[in-house]
Design a protein around this ligand. Sequence first.
Ligand SMILES: Cc1cc2nc3c(=O)[nH]c(=O)nc-3n(C[C@H](O)[C@H](O)[C@H](O)COP(=O)(O)OP(=O)(O)OC[C@H]3O[C@@H](n4cnc5c(N)ncnc54)[C@H](O)[C@@H]3O)c2cc1C
Length: 463
Amino acid sequence: MSAGNGNPDIVHVVGAGLVGSVTAIGLARLGYRVKLFDRREDPATTLPDRGRSVNVVLSARGWKLLQTLGLSDEIQKICTPLVGRAVHPWRGEIREQAYSSQGDQIWCVERPRLHQILARAVARVDEIECHWLHQLESVDLDQKLIYLARSSTGNEDANEHISTEQVQESYKRLLGTDGAFSVARSQLLHHTFDFQQKYLDVAYREMQIPSHQEGGPHLALDRFHVWPRGRLFLGAFPNQDGSFTGSLFLPREGFPSFASINTKRDFAGFLRNFFPDLEAWLPQLSRQFLSNPSSPMVTMRCQPWILDDQLALLGDAAHAVVPFLGQGMNCGFEDAGELCEQLIAHDHDWGVALPAYEKRRRPNSDALAQLSLDHYEHLNHIPDPLYETREKIGAILDEIAPEKFRPLYELVAFTHIPYASALRLQQLRHQTIETIVRDLSFQQGCPDDARERIEQHLEADSP
Ligand SMILES: Cc1cc2nc3c(=O)[nH]c(=O)nc-3n(C[C@H](O)[C@H](O)[C@H](O)COP(=O)(O)OP(=O)(O)OC[C@H]3O[C@@H](n4cnc5c(N)ncnc54)[C@H](O)[C@@H]3O)c2cc1C
């Protein structure tokens, strides 16, 4: 991206979350003036309480844009590097799994702190005019008008708005970065527009696990901890102060579920049954479980993402995915980078750049949606007798031909290979492993000469 092309266009960006903030900064660097609106208060000055936040993971895709925007050093200071997972089985030893054979790391960050840094970065850019407490209510796509409700002050969740008035703005270019339940997107429903959303029958609830110094468990600080228990599981990311932010994923209905656990006693029984190693922290966990809200998880696909040369959707507004691969924000940052690239490539002709942006991004967010659902199955997987064998075959394939058989998580987290290509490579890897198990009769495990036999098999199989 190059700064300052002298283009005087004003771009209206609705939604100053993670993706809207970087999009606004990216456009300002191209020389646009940006009017940025968000329904919330300025996060540069207000941080939400813990228990209502999640940790997010930044991987190579996200860092690429942050580096381009000159924000990566500042953000890295508030991140915790993670080298792999620690899997806590119901019984037996904790299993450690490295994220990559090369020792690559992902970076975990408390989302409100990341949002705060981005909001401060936005505030430093002269070309961006921020309008907090401005909620988009509707868009008149024919007249190119947006209608917003401006609140004088307040906390939306606590219903503390003091007063609101309606504001009307005319726009030339409108970008919808207002998240999974986008109002900007909903205006497209009146046009030729496909929309699909699917909720998981599992929801999640945040729980803080205290640091070891405060009586919390001894958990490695450079790992994502996961307790897989079939249809429910707990995942916990370390924070810089040594505590952990956990998310309990549990069915919404049935037994056990968020609907079935309503008292301290219910929760104590649940913890004892499923997470006996965490029983010592019952009082803290129980208090949080009974008071924190649970949140649903949704996959949302739509098309088109654009309207003529006037409107485009980015981030969760265009594609919400379930969070198990930790890529929703990273993917949204790729959207922002791609939009800027296409504006440059097409000399700021929005009528050409917007279709090119959608063409490059939509197949990839569709693939990410699929990969994220598949990864839920993987994380949740209770090892079957062939699990170790498949893992070993996968590791051998990775050694023999890493460009073809690199594990999915590495492709997604540590490369910039488009998600759609990662999905194809993942399918090839999976088929190859299953063929090897069957054709080489590895059902009882990998023999000592497994590598030689796999090499011969691949050679015989190659055209
Ligand atoms: C549990 C969980 C864990 C996750 N972990 C990861 C992870 O590890 N890594 C990763 O990359 N991604 C992760 N994600 C996904 C990530 O949080 C989202 O993809 C990302 O927040 C999308 O950013 P966004 O800016 O598009 O939307 P949002 O973050 O939702 O921001 C939308 C903004 O628009 C504003 N807004 C909404 N409606 C209006 C309106 N009508 N008018 C004005 N403003 C409005 C909101 O106030 C908000 O500021 C996770 C998600 C969840 C739920």
